[in-house]
Write a protein that binds this ligand. Structure first.
Ligand code: ATP
Ligand code: MG
Length: 256
């Protein structure tokens, strides 16, 4: 007997369909966004300033509510009905770690989400240790987050999200403000995780290094969806959407 494939809803970590959104001041940021991400994929979300990338990210765990269309995470619709479960499944690492870290110690910050989800005692401690070890920050557990460097706070922010054992990890510009060593170390961490990743980035070499597939979001719609190398090599497409490779960077010869 052969195994039948799992139903599509279980293979998809994320399904965004017809998503449109206007801010309360009337500014429309998303105009019918459609894409899916399969379980275990790492996908980069590229696009110029103001394209709607952060607005899209804020819909993935219900911080913003769709004006039209829908977001589904591993088969569960994002909406008021299952918000706690959605926020457990979708781990968002915000661009600014200071939006994520607010407890007196690193340990308490990483424990916050799992404790709110009901984890207690040794199980909670083990979860915190595990998440901190994934980002190499075990030695900082008792330090106040505001005494850490930016790169260290970014790692702790990633740990707070990993501690929830999310279905999908969403990162908004994870490499911004990191020094080259921290940027590479974060790449190593992301590559080592067996998890679905959606990564918003202006760092195109980082997208190529980490994400086999990229989406371009431009003026609130998906303008391209394909292999990252193909997208970065498509000069007319890149120019149309204000995407520029760093000086001297050649995606054709860069190691993937
Ligand atoms: N709170 C808000 N109220 C009104 N308009 C907003 C608000 N936040 C963002 N916008 C507008 O929505 C559009 C999309 O913004 P968004 O922050 O999603 O862009 P982005 O792609 O993340 O850009 P960046 O690369 O600069 O981070 C922009 O035109 C922005 O001015
Ligand atoms: Mg943004």
């Amino acid at each position: 007997m052969t195994d039948s494939p799992p139903p599509a809803s279980l293979e998809l970590s994320l399904e965004v369909s017809g998503l449109a959104y206007a801010y309360p001041d009337g500014h429309q940021a998303l105009f019918g966004v459609d894409f899916t991400v399969r379980r275990g994929e790492r996908v980069a979300l590229l696009g110029p300033n103001g394209a709607g990338k952060t607005t899209l990210v804020l819909h993935l765990n219900g911080i913003l509510t769709a004006g039209a269309g829908s977001v589904t995470v591993a088969g569960l619709p994002v909406g008021k009905a299952h918000l706690a479960e959605i926020r457990r499944r979708v781990g968002i690492v915000f661009q600014d770690p200071d939006d994520q870290l607010f407890m007196p110690t690193v340990r308490e910050d990483v424990a916050f989400g799992p404790a709110a989800a009901g984890l207690r005692g040794p199980a909670l401690e083990a979860r915190v240790e595990y998440a901190l070890s994934l980002v190499g920050m075990e030695a900082f557990a008792d330090r106040p987050p505001h005494h850490l460097s930016f790169g260290q706070r970014r790692r702790v922010a990633v740990a707070t999200v990993l501690a929830m054992e999310p279905e999908i990890l969403v990162l908004d510009e994870p490499s911004s403000n990191l020094d080259p060593a921290s940027r590479r170390e974060l790449a190593d961490i992301l590559r080592s995780l067996d998890i679905t990743v959606l990564m918003v980035t202006h760092d195109l070499p980082y997208a190529l290094e980490l994400c086999p597939r990229s989406l371009i979001l431009s003026e609130g719609t998906i303008a391209a969806d394909g292999p990252t190398a193909d997208i970065l090599c498509d000069e007319p497409l890149m120019t149309t959407h204000r995407l520029e490779l760093p000086f001297g960077f050649n995606p054709k010869t860069a190691p993937a």
